[in-house]
Design a binder for this molecule. Structure first.
Ligand SMILES: Nc1ncnc2c1ncn2[C@@H]1O[C@H](COP(=O)(O)OP(=O)(O)OP(=O)(O)O)[C@@H](O)[C@H]1O
Ligand code: SF4
Ligand SMILES: [Mg+2]
Length: 464
């Protein structure tokens, strides 16, 4: 697999609630750049659950984080409804975050251990409530000015000019010191540096002149910064008074809502509100994480392996709960997992990924019954079959280890492990193409026959 393209994305007119296009995330490391996500596009319509599946390290969590902009992708865009997240400033992102929530893999680690459950679940509401009070112009200026100032100071040209000027100044100083020390003594005890001393002086003066604009800018920004710091406490007073006045009412309303949401996720608020996360089991903690995500009534929740850390019976409970909550709250879900059976259970559509690229997009039934992509076939066949008549060795498998994301293979990224790889696969990267209604595959030679050999029916694999 290892395909690019957007053939699987729906028309803009369908109005997807979330759309991510051409996402690219690379991590610079000492050994090179990790190609974590390379040109991946996904969309999600209202009320849909999109499953993302793939083996460990294929970039599932990186996609989720790129959508949430923690950190932002290196390139590509994310649209939440009509809002382009890249064009949304820090203040706008606070509003976006209440519309777009995330649930993490490790439920206990994702909850602040020092806070009580009541505080944890109320926090997103508190942030949103505080945001509803308009900040003073001084604070708004501060919020714009400080990042702009930091960007200016970190600009490569400024840093380069400052470094060159510093080196030149030190060199000029050294020349002047050496020339003066070695020069003839004048009357009065001073020494004459001659031409070299004058040249050293000139270099020092030149370097100071070169950094003069930077120094002036630094002085101006520092003065502006100090001025804003002095004004902020005064300008914040009216907002603070309004917050104090509305606090009691907010607490009552938020408390009621927190209790209701905790009940919806199956946690008794009477006993839970004053306890801390470590006092709960993994399943209970994941329910609390869900409550925290639901409290702002988001449009989309991204669940990054929300059941991987739970035992099988608790997994089933949490999955059923997610389905119920999705209907009740009218949310759309991105559900990330490495377990195909779990993804099949909950998803309306499944995206299969390998080494930072999409390989197949299909409905879960189609995907299990007739995997078109060689990698999907391998994944489906890796699910243990509770039937002694089926020989696991007859199923297609991959060759070798997963390649390094530091240096992914040319052409199709799956080619080094693909049982069907041919010379073209090394030369050309496959584009995502439509192979059947609602089915998209990134492979030059997709297995579009109705019943691929060695792929037992999903029911035979205990997947229903
Ligand atoms: N901060 C980082 N710095 C360098 N490399 C990173 C960083 N975060 C992730 N990676 C690399 O990016 C690739 C994708 O990681 P990611 O966490 O998205 O995988 P995943 O599909 O979520 O895996 P898992 O199923 O194990 O959670 C991996 O090769 C990982 O090592
Ligand atoms: S057949 Fe070629 S293009 Fe298709 S998955 Fe295998 S290596 Fe990739
Ligand atoms: Mg992950």
């Amino acid at each position: 697999m290892a395909g690019s393209g957007t053939a699987h994305l729906r028309d803009e007119r369908c109005g997807p609630v979330l759309r991510a296009e051409h996402l690219m995330v690379e991590f610079p490391t000492r050994r090179g750049r990790v190609h974590a996500v390379s040109d991946v596009s996904i969309d999600l319509v209202d009320g849909e659950t999109l499953g993302i599946v793939g083996e460990s390290g294929c970039g599932k969590s990186t996609i989720a984080k790129a959508i949430m902009r923690v950190p932002p992708p290196d390139s590509g865009r994310v649209l939440l409804g009509d809002t382009d997240l890249a064009a949304t400033g820090a203040v706008g992102m606070r509003d976006v975050r209440s519309r777009l929530q995330m649930v993490f893999q490790d439920p206990v680690a994702s909850l602040n251990p020092r806070h009580r459950i009541g505080e944890i679940v109320t926090e997103p509401l508190t942030v949103r409530w505080l945001e509803s009070f308009r900040r003073s112009p001084v604070i708004r200026l501060w919020e714009r000015y400080v990042p702009a100032m930091l960007r200016w100071w970190r600009h490569p040209l400024v840093r380069r000019l400052a470094t060159v000027a510093l080196v030149a100044f030190l060199a000029g100083l050294m020349i002047w010191v050496v020339a003066t020390a070695a020069g003839p003594e004048r009357a009065g005890g001073t020494r004459d540096g001659g031409i070299a001393g004058t040249a050293g002086n000139a270099v020092m003066l030149g370097s100071l002149a070169a950094v003069a604009p930077i120094a002036a800018m630094f002085a101006a920004t520092t003065v502006a910064w100090l001025g804003l710091v002095a004004l902020i406490p005064l300008s914040a007073v009216p907002r603070w008074v309004r917050i104090r006045r509305g606090r009691r009412r907010f607490r009552e309303e938020a408390g009621e809502k927190v209790r209701r949401v905790l009940e919806d996720v199956g946690i008794d608020p009477g006993t839970a509100l004053d306890r801390r996360p470590h006092e709960f089991s993994g399943g209970q903690a994941q329910r609390i994480s869900l409550a925290r995500a639901l409290i702002t009534e988001p449009e989309v929740i991204i669940c990054d392996e929300p059941v991987s850390a739970l035992d099988v019976s608790v997994q089933a409970q949490v999955l059923n709960l997610l389905k119920d909550l999705k209907d009740k709250y009218g949310i759309s879900l991105i559900f990330i997992a490495h377990d195909l059976a779990v993804v099949k259970n909950i998803s309306d559509r499944v995206v299969v990924m390998y080494l930072g690229k999409i390989c197949e997009v299909a409905s879960p039934d189609d995907l299990f019954a007739r995997p078109h992509h060689p990698y999907t076939r391998v994944l489906v066949n890796a699910i243990p079959v509770p039937d002694p008549a089926i020989d696991p060795r007859a199923a297609p498998t991959t060759n070798g280890e997963i390649p390094s994301p530091l240096d992914p293979p040319s052409g199709c990224r799956f080619r080094t492990r693909c049982p069907q790889a041919r010379p073209r696969c090394a030369r050309e990267e496959p584009e995502i193409q439509r192979t059947a209604p609602g089915r998209y595959v990134a492979c030059h030679y997709p297995a579009t026959d109705p019943d691929p050999a060695g792929a037992p029916r999903p029911e035979a694999r205990g997947v229903t």
